[in-house]
Design a protein around this ligand. Sequence first.
Ligand code: PLP
Length: 284
Amino acid sequence: MSRIAYVNGRYVPFHSAKVHIEDRGYQFADAVYEVCEVRAGRLVDARRHLDRLDRSLGALHMPMPMSRAALGVVLHEVVRRNRVDHGTVYLQISRGVARRDLAFPTAAAPSVVVTARALNRDRIAALAATGISAVSVPDNRWGRVDIKTVGLLPNVLARQAAIDRGAREAWFVDHGGAVTEAASANAWIVTEQGRLVTRRADHAILGGITRAVVFEVAKAQKLDVDERPFTLEEAYAAREAFITSASQIVVPVVRIDGRTVGDGKPGPLAVALRREFHRFAEEE
Ligand code: PLP
């Protein structure tokens, strides 16, 4: 079956899906995006993802290109046309096509692109069952990574640095030695006292939708969560560590910079949060 993408009002074959070379997303990363999990053909937490999209667009003074209901229809339609049962749907909105100039164009229509792809659930489950390795990298990103823009070059370099060092994920560390988040996920630890710790969702991290749902799961399980910065040293000494993101849900981190976290196996809290996650996520 050939893949279909949505581009500016049309459903087109994937191989011929294109935006113009002067699209501001391409030239300036002047674009925002969302990635939403698809489970049994349905969007997971779409409402929260679209709320965050609103915030990202608002922060960049970009209008919502269509009504939320219409956007929902497009997202579902792309999932349906690609027959994605389990996977992700990707939405990108740029400020549009205009003569190359930093200032906002006066009359550009936003470019809207939606794609969907299947993910190998067994592969992610296998990763979660063994846990992954992470390496630390300096957080050299700009000061508004809470806005979900496509300007991901530091994340690209961080992920590659992780792979080059034999790991799967990178954890960004700020000037003060505190972990901010992972290259494409939020970072968490469990302290010796059994408290969950993750950084407060300020301008220094992306406020993950999965992170928000994990708070609800943790509350239902009567687990204490501290929203505060934690240092790399604390992470090395943690009982457990894990990451959260829409495409992977909860994945234990069992090694950081070559040091074993806890007993080197996925910890019970991460496993429980992963297992319970979809009871708390919203499915349409
Ligand atoms: N932090 C970064 C930098 C990300 O790229 C992502 C997801 O792609 C997340 C956190 C997790 O966000 P969510 O749970 O909404 O997928």
